[in-house]
Ligand binder design. Structure first.
Ligand SMILES: [Zn+2]
Length: 129
């Protein structure tokens, strides 16, 4: 016999789903690249050197703002659109030959396993004599 789902249980499920479906809204501000040195103004980062707080749109920066790297005028910057990917740590897990996704136990196995193989290899060299 199937267990009956009470009204309180379904309410809980809906609340959990709502939290998962609604992530933090990323502001899609355009990045701008310096035409002289290639410096990229990242709106999500801002420009600490010239006291531009994170989240400032390039358009909102005062006209006398200059490239923090080469001091070129704001006019020399060109709109390169929004970032292809929001910067985050989750994407980084896919890099580094997948080692980052291994548990510490698996990492130890990998490290000591290859060490043991190397030792066995050197011992076999002596056995050849
Ligand atoms: Zn520049």
């Amino acid at each position: 016999m199937e267990p009956e789902i009470t009204s309180t249980e379904t309410e809980n499920i809906e609340t959990i789903n709502a939290e998962v479906v609604a992530p933090a809204i990323e502001e899609e501000l355009h990045r701008h690249e310096c035409g002289v040195c290639g410096y990229i103004y990242e709106p999500s980062v801002g420009d600490a050197k010239r006291n531009i707080p994170a989240g400032t749109a390039f358009e909102s920066i005062s006209a006398d703002w200059r490239c923090p790297v080469c001091n070129t005028k704001k006019k020399a910057f060109s709109d390169i659109g929004v970032a292809a990917k929001p910067s985050g740590f989750t994407e980084n897990l896919g890099y580094g030959f997948g080692v980052n996704v291994l548990t510490p136990g698996q990492k130890n196995l990998l490290i000591f396993g290859s060490l043991a193989l190397a030792v066995a290899f050197f011992i076999s060299l002596y056995a050849l004599d």
